[in-house]
Design a protein around this ligand. Structure first.
Ligand code: ACO
Length: 325
């Protein structure tokens, strides 16, 4: 049986850190409000010369080094982002040329905060069907560039960064559908009728401007908890495993209260959650691979571990993947 195996992970964060107190100097907000409502204490913000492509390239280089794989051995790049460097070409093609790989397939995936789950599932399908052998799957964002910095209800929530993993197609032998290493199962969803709860009020085909992020936070919160609980239950049932067999959960880092409420609904102890929202804030498509790379660097991801990835974001889109290391 051919499976997509996680060979390595890496991340990149802009050096500039902006604390809640610094934001409170220019917005009507406070460290106490932000920490209590979201768990966020600081975020990294891209500076001059730093873009989604440069962050993605740095994260990809770190993932390749972790995997011990040369850039020239990569034959697929799937990059999830809602903040591409340009409307086109795909930011993945900038990463490809910066790394010096190819001419292999390279394209972007747009599913906002669930983008990394969509990208990983797409790369998995291409690896398992034999269209590629080694893939870089990247989540990279510069949300600071689409925030309305006058709007305290959204400006305090997001940060910039990138994370990447290397997936390799491998024959894992004659194993059961929930045994052996690799991506065991994934499930993706979208429901476009909630567009107005979370969107960017610009775009090439509508306003010819980049636009700013707009969100009805309280309603997004409510949908997030319900949708995530549902997809997590579905993916666990599909893989035919018990919840207590899951070793680690790598969730999209939007809000500590969403993370904890979802874990509670599923019956997962909080110590199995990877939490980086305090340090990174919400980095949209980058948040899951950033959190995964942090957990790996901390020694929390061991061979044989069953890891659950999950995310929900604008669209709405949401999804989950179960992966054995
Ligand atoms: N500082 C101080 N006060 C604030 C701030 C701020 N930064 N932002 C809003 N407030 C005020 C509001 O004006 C409101 O005041 P009022 O009662 O006088 O009207 C009060 O705080 C409460 O506002 P709510 O929006 O009801 O606060 P809530 O407890 O819902 O928290 C939050 C807001 C943090 C946005 C929360 O709803 C949330 O996290 N939602 C999920 C959104 C999200 O994470 N989206 C990311 C993409 S989707 C995803 O990743 C799942």
């Amino acid at each position: 049986m051919i499976r997509s195996i996680v060979r390595g992970a890496g991340s990149a964060l802009p050096p500039r850190v902006v604390t809640n107190r610094e934001l409170a100097e220019r917005l009507d907000t406070s460290d106490e409000w932000i920490v209590e409502r979201t768990g966020i204490r600081q975020r990294h913000i891209a500076g001059e010369g730093e873009t989604t492509a440069t962050l993605a390239t740095d994260a990809a280089r770190a993932a390749l080094a972790d995997a011990g794989i040369e850039a020239g051995d990569i034959d697929l790049i799937v990059l999830a982002t809602a903040t591409p460097d340009n409307t086109f070409p795909a930011t993945a093609t900038k990463v490809q040329v910066a790394l010096g790989c190819g001419p292999c397939a390279a394209f972007d995936v747009a599913a906002v905060c669930s983008g990394f789950l969509y990208a990983m599932s797409t790369a998995d399908a291409m690896l398992v069907s034999g269209q590629a052998k080694r893939a870089l799957v990247i989540g990279a964002e510069t949300f600071s560039r689409i925030l309305d910095w006058e709007d305290r209800t959204t400006a305090v929530l997001f940060g910039d960064g990138a994370g990447a993993i290397v997936l390799e197609a491998q024959d894992v032998g004659d194993v059961g559908h929930n045994e052996g290493p690799g991506i065991l199962t994934s499930q993706l969803h979208a429901d476009g009728k909630h567009h107005d709860l979370l969107y960017v009020d610009g775009g090439p085909s509508t306003t010819q401007t980049v636009g700013h992020l707009r969100m009805k936070g309280r309603e997004v919160f409510r949908h997030a908890v319900v949708n995530l609980a549902q997809v997590l239950n579905d993916v666990v049932a599909k893989a035919d495993i018990a919840v207590d067999q899951i070793d680690l959960v790598v969730p999209h880092q939007a809000n500590i209260r969403i993370l904890e409420a979802t874990a509670k609904k599923l019956g997962l102890p909080p110590e199995k959650l990877v939490v980086t929202v305090d340090r990174h804030a919400n980095t949209s498509a980058a948040s899951v691979p950033l959190a995964f790379a942090a957990a790996r660097a901390d020694g929390r991801v061991k061979p044989g571990d069953l890891v659950l990835f999950e995310a929900m974001g604008g669209g709405f889109t949401w999804g989950a993947s179960l992966v054995r290391m």
